[in-house]
Design a protein around this ligand. Structure first.
Ligand SMILES: Cc1cc2nc3c(=O)[nH]c(=O)nc-3n(C[C@H](O)[C@H](O)[C@H](O)COP(=O)(O)OP(=O)(O)OC[C@H]3O[C@@H](n4cnc5c(N)ncnc54)[C@H](O)[C@@H]3O)c2cc1C
Length: 410
């Protein structure tokens, strides 16, 4: 690549902006083309968790080593959370280390997307918003998910409840997955994730809100808006093809088990930039560093898909037992289940066959994708009276201007 060549990146999300910043800091001319009006517009006020267990190094220390500034956006450290078992028992996984950080996605100044945008602009990147360029004209493809493997819906509300994170394993409210409550500085989010495709999927969010309202009577929710989106989980045959680097979710780089894709997005963006700068093999770098974790998360997902609430209960109990036996450090369990071992390497053969289906990507690459699973018989249920009231309440808020930043095509 000639020194004065412009490097074009498709998508101004976390992966695209991370790559752009590293390249521009090294003196490259970089243009980012984003189809939406701003970075983070896809999420609009959603809280998300930056995990701290897939690498022995704290993610923020990694960012600093790469030349990215974790202080460029607001984040709130968590060392514990409430783990809600399927039978409503609540326990507390905890650690003396930072287990995860909550960040806000969106277009407000303090959001992570805006922090990454500022870093890119300060490094000299040109960002074109509302820009519709062809992927053929770009070197780095960072355009986020295309297909749907899973979805998440949430409601953002005002509350006087103190900062808190609760994570609920419950196969009825969150088919195959989990729901969560996050409260940061007077703003709350109740979200449910669906790892099985549902009709009338809003009932899951309404019923989940009803559940949290009952469990947290002091929540004094004042709904503001509803948010959500889809996840795209795939394993392509190559992450580099025809001179293009596929990063973040555009490359299928996602956590199949829980959907913690932000760290993979930033890391793969940095890896693509470094490959361009140093002439190293990007595909080989992803295969060596990220793919083993992703395969492992896929195997964990395959196992979770099979268990239902009885398995979720076992998982929660094993987690707590592991914490008791390991000096009260619950983060060790998360690190353990994301560490490749012989058994899960062996199980990969079955994961590949059972969980993933052959696919051809629009650019011609082949690979395997996790399809959105079909609903099960047990997913057919009617909303409780309180969930029906919450649905009506939301209709009223919506008609007086409450926004929904999610549609199946997002
Ligand atoms: C509801 C929800 C909750 C989540 N919660 C978490 C969480 O708690 N923790 C976590 O780690 N991860 C979470 N994730 C996943 C995480 O958000 C993604 O994995 C991550 O944002 C992927 O980053 P990316 O850069 O690949 O894509 P994005 O951040 O989505 O960026 C892609 C960008 O490309 C743009 N774009 C799309 N098409 C084009 C085009 N044709 N031309 C130009 N631009 C285009 C999009 O508008 C977008 O701005 C969640 C996802 C959802 C949907």
């Amino acid at each position: 690549m000639a020194e004065d060549d412009v490097i074009r990146i498709l998508g101004a999300g976390l992966s695209g902006l991370a790559a752009a910043t590293i390249l521009a800091k090294a003196g490259k001319k970089v243009e980012v083309h984003e189809i939406r009006g701003n970075s983070g517009a896809r999420f609009d006020g959603d809280f998300q968790g930056l995990e701290n267990w897939t690498s022995p190094k704290d993610f923020f220390d990694e960012m600093v080593d790469w030349g990215l500034d974790p202080k460029s956006f607001k984040s709130t450290d968590f060392r514990d959370m409430s783990l809600i078992h399927p039978d409503d028992v609540v326990t507390t996984p905890k650690s003396e280390r930072i287990a995860f950080r909550i960040v806000e996605r969106g277009t407000d100044e303090h959001c992570i997307d805006q922090g990454f945008k500022r870093m890119a602009l300060e490094a000299g990147v040109t960002i074109h918003y509302k820009s519709n360029v062809k992927s053929e004209d770009c070197t780095i493809i960072a355009a986020g998910p295309k297909e749907t493997s899973a979805v998440a819906f949430g409601e953002v509300f005002r509350t006087s409840f103190p900062n808190h994170v609760a994570f609920q394993l419950n196969d009825k409210l969150a088919p195959g997955a989990y729901s969560y409550l996050i409260v940061i500085d007077g703003v709350g989010l109740i979200c449910t994730c669906l790892w099985r495709k549902q009709k009338r999927s809003n009932r899951y969010l309404n019923e989940t809100i009803a559940w949290y309202e009952n469990a947290y009577p002091e929540l004094d929710r004042e709904p503001i808006k509803r948010v959500g989106g889809k996840g795209d989980f795939s394993i392509p045959s190559t992450y580099y093809s025809n001179g293009k680097y596929y990063v973040g979710e555009a490359g299928g780089l996602q956590d199949f088990m829980w959907g913690f894709g932000m760290r993979y997005a930033v890391t793969s963006g940095v890896m693509a930039a470094n490959s361009i700068l140093n002439g190293t093999d990007y595909d080989a770098t992803i295969r060596k560093n990220l793919l083993p974790l992703i395969k492992l998360s896929a195997t964990n997902r395959m196992l979770l898909d099979r268990v239902g609430d009885r398995g979720f209960k076992r998982l929660a109990n094993i987690w707590m037992r592991h914490q008791r036996k390991n000096g009260g450090d619950g983060l060790l369990f998360m690190e353990r289940i994301y560490r490749p071992d012989l058994i899960r390497r062996f199980l990969w053969m079955f994961t590949n066959r059972i969980l993933l289906k052959k696919t051809k990507f629009p650019d011609g690459r082949k690979g395997r994708r996790m399809p959105f699973r079909k609903a099960l018989k047990r997913d057919s249920w009617e909303m409780s009276d309180r969930a029906k009231e919450i649905a009506e309440e939301w209709k009223g808020i919506r008609s007086s201007g409450g926004k929904v930043s999610f549609s199946e095509s997002d």
